[in-house]
Design a protein around this ligand. Structure first.
Ligand code: SF4
Length: 72
């Protein structure tokens, strides 16, 4: 496994709280209550290469592209 690390960001203003990320990747995604309603939230916001693929699946399935994963 590589040593690259990746940072996850959620644009909460864009997130509609649909829960698709949590369904796709329950290992690292949950819905969290905020003052603006439920928002998708990564349990870990920095991940390693081995967790990239499943988190990328959450990024891809988000219907409003609120999730961005980039190299840390
Ligand atoms: S899939 Fe996208 S819009 Fe839906 S809860 Fe997750 S981050 Fe929010």
């Amino acid at each position: 496994m590589g040593k690259a690390r990746y940072k996850i960001k959620v644009d909460e203003a864009t997130c509609i709280g649909c829960g698709a990320c949590a369904s796709e990747c329950p290992e690292n995604w949950e819905l969290k209550e905020t003052g603006e309603g439920y928002k998708g939230h990564p349990k870990a916001s920095v991940i390693s290469e081995e967790d990239l693929e499943k988190n990328k699946a959450a990024e891809s399935i988000c219907p409003v592209q609120a999730i961005k994963i980039s190299k840390a």
